[in-house]
Design a protein around this ligand. Structure first.
Ligand code: PXP
Length: 237
């Protein structure tokens, strides 16, 4: 079974648009669970533009499926993660000016720091996933640093025109997935996945977890979150 991690950051984005207390991502997490989510994913950004520290604290105590915290290797957030101990952390790059995470983490550029963060998280019992482009050198570096999982960045696949271009991106994802499997890490994928493009990615051999946010939250505005999650869960399996 492919697990579905539902990213609920956009619910917090709507709340922060008015700096008020609704809609509450904590409610969204409960509804996503009712729809069959296997995990709840949130990104605690350094600039706190959507998810707040309070959300992480409450979700840690209320989510009954896997809580996956996306974060950069920024020291304050690393300390918060080590104290809160979500089941899983996904290390991502972060730029203040970006609208959403733009590319995978470049492990080769900051190997020592990333290795230290992985170890500190694993020492307190947190599984560590690395958000990487489908690049074999990066994947090998993740294995050398002892990462538990790699989340393949599916953004290029999602942006590619359906047809041969998308086929090429899918082949790149498949090759990267084979390397992740070969190196003994768990395979995750995410970014830009939608109800239209998700099936071939979900069908990659040994796919364990997909993290999907925008498309599910967008549909939930029209049909409700529980149903939107249930429909995605059916599609990926
Ligand atoms: N995975 C990671 C690491 C991400 O940063 C994001 C976006 O926050 C997602 C998955 C979900 O992407 P989308 O919102 O495009 O489904």
């Amino acid at each position: 079974m492919v697990e579905l991690g539902v990213n609920i950051d956009h619910v917090a984005t709507v709340r922060e648009a008015r700096k008020t207390n609704e809609p509450d991502p904590v409610w969204a997490a409960a509804l996503a669970e009712l729809g069959g989510a296997d995990g709840i994913t949130i990104h605690l950004r350094e600039d706190r533009r959507h998810i707040q520290d309070r959300d992480l604290e409450i979700l840690k105590n209320t989510v009954t499926v896997k809580l996956n915290l996306e974060m950069a290797c920024e020291e304050e957030v690393v300390r918060i993660a080590c104290r809160t101990k979500p089941q899983q952390v996904s290390l991502v790059p972060e730029k203040r000016e970006e609208i959403t995470t733009e590319g995978g983490l470049n492990i080769l550029l900051q190997r020592e720091r990333i290795g230290e963060v992985i170890k500190r998280l694993q020492d307190v019992g947190v599984n560590v996933s690395m958000f990487l482009d489908p690049d074999l050198a990066q994947i090998q570096a993740a294995a050398e640093l002892g990462a538990n999982a790699v989340e393949l960045h599916t953004g290029q696949y999602a942006l590619a025109e359906p047809g041969p271009k998308q086929g090429l991106e899918l082949a790149t994802l498949r090759a990267a997935a084979a390397e992740i499997r070969q190196l003994g890490m768990t395979l995750h994928a995410g970014h830009g996945l939608t109800y239209r493009n998700v099936k071939p990615v979900a069908a990659i051999e040994d796919m364990h977890e997909l993290n999907i946010g925008h498309s599910i939250i967008a549909r939930s505005i029209m049909i409700g979150l529980e149903r939107a999650v249930r429909e995605m869960k059916q599609l990926i399996n």
